[in-house]
Design a protein around this ligand. Structure first.
Ligand code: SAH
Ligand code: DHB
Ligand code: MG
Length: 216
């Protein structure tokens, strides 16, 4: 969106402090891809985390730690964020900036391929899961998120509009097909109440329905 809406909202609700500004500048200089979430999206994440009272958060796709810092700042002092990252260089950069942001006590960066790391989390419960890594496995990430989230928890996914490719019938690559399938599940799976908000590149949001009848 280039009508100034995002800039207006960011300036009012999501001004970046020196830590976040320095992170983005160093990320540019270090050649990290410029694909962090936007400030207004960071603020949206904080609102959602506070709405569900998040104390345990799982992120898939750390990059430089920008979104992790936004989310960690919405945690209570005893809250925890676990973030998964396949690139050791990204993880090292993120750990350094997470420490500078003063939230290292609340954040763990774990290195590996998400699909290899997720099975070790089976049996744990999270209040929020933020998906922001590779797009091809999104349907599988959706299954993992529903397995790991508590009833009333929130599933959030970046890039739900995928640069507009999800609505362009001429586009038919694996990543785009996976984002479409993810959105279809968010829209129709009875276990979540979902929507895509057109902030940044589209933010998929699903609240895990609480109070579905369980077996007696
Ligand atoms: N959430 C970050 C941006 C993430 S960019 C922020 O807003 O600041 C996507 C990240 O996912 C990249 O760092 C990439 O290395 C990582 N990634 C890609 N495929 C992955 C996989 N299979 N498992 C874990 N991380 C992956
Ligand atoms: C891209 C952008 C993202 O925000 C992301 O999480 C992964 C990839 C991209 O534009 O390629
Ligand atoms: Mg993204």
């Amino acid at each position: 969106m280039h009508d100034g809406t995002s800039d207006y909202l960011a300036a009012l609700f999501a001004p970046e402090d020196a830590t976040l500004l320095a992170l983005r500048e160093e990320a540019d200089r270090s050649g990290l891809p410029p694909i962090s979430i936007s400030p207004d999206e960071g603020r949206l994440l904080q609102v959602l985390l506070r709405a569900v009272g998040a104390r345990r958060i799982l992120e898939v796709g750390t990059l430089g730690g920008y979104s992790a810092i936004w989310m960690a700042r919405a945690l209570p002092p005893d809250g925890r964020l676990l973030t998964l990252e396949i690139e050791p260089k990204h993880a090292e950069f993120a750990r350094r900036h997470i420490a500078r942001a003063g939230v290292a006590d609340r954040v763990e960066v774990r290195v590996g391929r998400a699909l290899d790391l997720l099975p070790a989390l089976d049996g744990e419960q999270f209040d929020a899961v933020f998906l922001d890594a590779d797009k091809e496995p999104l349907p599988t990430y959706f299954d993992w998120a529903l397995r790991l989230l508590r009833p009333g928890g929130v599933l959030i996914a970046d890039n739900a509009l995928w640069g507009g490719r999800v609505l362009d019938d001429r586009v038919d690559d694996d990543a785009t097909r996976a984002v479409r399938e993810f959105n279809r599940r968010l829209a129709t799976d009875p276990r979540v109440t979902g929507i895509v908000v057109p902030t940044h590149d589209g933010v998929g949001i699903g609240i895990v329905v609480a109070g579905l009848p369980s077996a007696p």
